[in-house]
Design a protein around this ligand. Structure first.
Ligand SMILES: [Zn+2]
Length: 201
């Protein structure tokens, strides 16, 4: 008798747990379907794992992932020295920054061009050409200058066919510098953190 009462109590408890969640799912589904609102506050994503959150990796073509992010601190030979269940979106923390940055750096490094772009207008040698009689000069021609070895400034004319790739390359170089600076900052923090840990031991 007590055994079946216990069963009923367990089931009642399960209902008490699931009913509000089910009500919430119905409410947020109504919001989405009829109200067009896909961003309900405190949205329930999984009935059986209500702690589940949406994980956005910051890449438009990547589908949303569901679950929770866990940061795992790993020391040599795969021994885990610590872990932390992270709150909310990965993008809000810098926990995943190195992974994102490294792939970005790889992409940028594949196209980067070093130098400063300038556009120039020229006069030609053709007798009677408008460029020599006050008319518009020829151009713009794209030039790229950069500081070469021994600090000597050098440069080259960028042909039309290479203009787009060169402009993208120069932008990629700038972005690459930013990424490397961010990574270097993380490396610095890690080294200082390690030194503090070693001192406190
Ligand atoms: Zn001319």
């Amino acid at each position: 008798m007590t055994g079946s009462l216990l069963k009923v109590e367990v089931q009642a408890n399960q209902l008490r747990h699931f009913l509000p969640l089910v009500e919430k799912v119905i409410a947020q589904t109504k919001e989405r379907v009829w109200g067009g609102n896909r961003h309900v506050v405190g949205k329930v994503l999984s009935l059986f794992e209500p702690h589940t959150q949406v994980i956005r990796k910051g890449k438009a073509h990547k589908p949303n992932e569901f679950g929770r992010l866990v940061r795992v601190d790993e020391v040599e030979h795969g021994i885990v020295s610590g872990y932390e269940v992270l709150e909310g979106n990965a993008a809000d923390t810098n926990s995943w920054l190195p992974a994102i940055e490294l792939s970005e750096i790889e992409r940028l490094a594949g196209v980067a061009i070093f130098g400063t772009l300038s556009e120039t207008y020229r006069t030609c040698g053709r007798r009677g050409c408008h460029c020599q009689t006050g008319g518009p000069k020829h151009g713009p021609h794209l030039n790229l200058s950069y500081r070469g070895e021994k600090g000597k400034t050098t440069g080259y004319y960028v042909p039309k066919g290479a203009e787009e790739a060169t402009r993208e390359g120069v932008a990629a170089w700038q972005k690459l510098q930013e990424c490397l600076r961010e990574l270097a900052e993380l490396n610095k923090e890690r080294n200082l953190e390690r030194a503090r840990e070693a001192e406190s031991r």
